[in-house]
Design a protein around this ligand. Structure first.
Ligand SMILES: [Zn+2]
Length: 567
């Protein structure tokens, strides 16, 4: 019935209205519904949508859609607001993101007093004995500009071991309870590569541990319990609904976090689904080291339910630009002896080819992190060989695809490889990337326009918690390329900017395609899953730099309202 509805509803809505004696479950009227469906060189926009049984029943004018109203129908007046297909994040570390939201946020604490106040507030929310982590504090932003110490926070954290990082990751502050649990005393010697900062008079550790000394305490922090993992997932789901995400391609945390049990995260997600609180569709991308487990269970790409799918694996080809570990053809401009390096799986590349080839033969989708131009190029060689006659059918993915040699764009497109990219990285890294790789290589970096011109499918995401989860800030980044330091208001390499439509497509249909789900998702079309977001402002009409302030006001997953902003 539903698949038929997909075909015929646009031809004759009334036919199906009569087949639903109690009417649609939900209808949205008086809106500007950007369906994402191509129509005569533009995109079809309608006033109203009818939803039944979790799927789109029909789209059309208010009058046409009102015909679906029955005694059991909820009618929502959009009051002229814009609705778009539910947004998908194609690359997020979902549980880690949840943990980040649960940890203490000290990033913009502007004084020592504020630092202590936030730690005290967080401690009150934690059960006794639970570790407080996170942080991102920066004492240079405080009037005192002095490193904090444990005596400052001990009075507000008597039962909470504290281990909070400086924003650059090179130092932590541990409180007295944490030092005690780790048995770090004035007699503990500094480890190689690290410093235990001490009070000049008493010789007592102040709680500041630099570089390798952090490990002295880090090693006694217990792995999160199953309950804590569940808390993190609930928190992440709430955040996804709040920012308008209806699907996430989740790079799972892997067995280390689950005491070696590779199915831990999947079991949790499944439990959430069965209990009815999985409010965002998840495509779980598991570490490539697990591909044989998937293959033995006959799990291949896009397998599972509408809410929870499996069958993709994540591999690493290289490191990152920030840490000079992206694998480049030529050395970094600011580190002339260094061209980065491949990850062990890529050294030699034949190892990757063998592993990825095995997974691919089992029907598992391959998603490979590649940032440097040499990593991307070498990976394209591998994908080309594995792809055989119909390379596009495999939907191989390159995660990040950050820096490319200009000659590789065409190859990327010809092989039908999906570029899973994160627009926010461009406006963040764009502040310093030219120092590292120079102007010429920066020109073909984060190069969305060049990708589209070469026929590449773009699937956008965030890389949360590395960048904010909010897809509107990603769309804003894609459309403006205005770096976070405010130095490129007209766009950093503005020729690579996208239109709002193109960016939206990469967060909807492109992302659906990247997971083999374009028949079910990515547009508001009869027969597809009823995933939609109502936005606070019309992103097509406002100045592009304001898109980052636009909010999701209603998030709908499978016809169910999972978030509604307080109006
Ligand atoms: Zn990532």
């Amino acid at each position: 019935m539903l698949s038929n509805a997909g075909k015929a509803a646009s031809a004759d809505n009334r036919l199906y209205a009569s087949e639903l004696p109690h009417g649609a479950d939900l209808i949205l009227v008086h809106g500007k519904v950007w369906t994402g469906e191509p129509a005569a060189g533009t995109t079809k926009v309608v006033e109203a949508v009818a939803i039944a049984n979790g799927r789109i029943l029909a789209v059309g004018s208010d009058e046409e859609i009102r015909a679906y109203a029955g005694p059991n129908t909820t009618v929502v007046d959009l009051k002229g607001r814009l609705a778009v297909p539910g947004l998908t994040d194609s690359h997020a570390h979902f549980i880690q993101g949840g943990f980040q939201l649960l940890s203490v946020d000290l990033k913009d604490a502007s004084s020592e007093e504020e630092f202590v106040r936030r730690i005290a507030a967080k401690a009150r929310t934690l059960p006794a004995g639970r570790w407080m982590q996170g942080g991102d504090w920066d004492e240079e932003a405080w009037p005192s500009e002095k490193l904090p110490n444990r005596w400052l926070i001990d009075p507000v954290t008597p039962h909470t071991p504290v281990f909070i990082s400086r924003y650059d990751g090179h130092a932590v502050l541990a409180n007295s309870l944490a030092l005690k649990l780790a048995n770090v005393t004035k007699d503990t010697p500094d480890p190689a590569g690290g410093v235990i900062v001490r009070d000049p008079k008493s010789g007592e550790p102040t709680g500041i541990l630099k570089d390798e000394a952090q490990e002295l305490v880090a090693k006694v922090i217990p792995r999160p319990s199953e309950l804590e993992m569940e808390e993190a997932l609930r928190t992440a789901l709430k955040e996804a609904a709040r920012v308008g995400l209806t699907s996430v391609h989740d790079i799972t945390v892997g067995p280390e976090a689950w005491n070696g049990n590779f199915t831990g995260e999947i079991e949790l997600l499944r439990r959430a689904e069965l209990a009815g609180w999985l409010t965002c569709r998840i495509y779980a991308i598991t570490p490539i080291a697990q591909w044989k487990n998937l293959a033995e269970a006959a799990i291949s790409h896009n397998m599972g339910s509408d809410l929870l799918k499996l069958g993709a694996v994540k591999a690493f080809a290289d490191g990152s630009l920030g840490s000079h570990t992206a694998w480049m053809f030529k050395p970094f401009d600011d580190d002339p002896g260094n061209s980065g390096l491949p990850m062990p799986l890529m050294a030699p590349p034949s190892t990757m080819e063998k592993v990825a080839g095995g997974a691919d033969k089992a029907g598992i989708q391959i998603c490979t992190h590649a940032i440097g131009d040499r990593a991307v190029s070498t990976l394209l060689d591998i994908y080309e060989r594995l792809g055989g006659e119909r390379p596009a059918a495999h939907r191989f993915r390159v995660e990040h695809a950050q820096h490319l040699r200009p000659e590789d764009f065409a190859r990327f497109g010809k092989l039908g490889i999906v570029a899973s990219m994160q627009p926010y990285h461009a406006i963040d890294d764009g502040r310093w990337a030219e120092k590292r790789i120079g102007r010429e290589r920066a020109r073909s970096s984060y190069a969305w326009r060049s990708m589209l011109d070469a026929g590449v499918v773009l699937a956008f995401g965030s890389d949360w918690p590395v960048a904010p989860l909010d897809p509107l800030s990603g769309i804003c980044a894609a459309v403006t390329r205005a770096t976070l330091d405010g130095k490129n208001p007209g766009g950093w390499f503005p020729e690579q900017r996208l239109t709002v439509e193109e960016a939206l497509r990469a967060y909807t249909l492109g992302a659906a395609y990247a997971a083999f789900q374009e028949n079910d998702k990515g547009t508001i079309s009869p027969g597809k899953l009823a995933d939609l977001v109502v936005l606070s402002e019309d992103v097509f009409r406002i100045p592009p730099e304001r898109i980052k302030n636009v909010r999701a006001e209603i998030t709908i997953v499978g016809g169910r309202v999972v978030y509604e902003s307080a109006m």
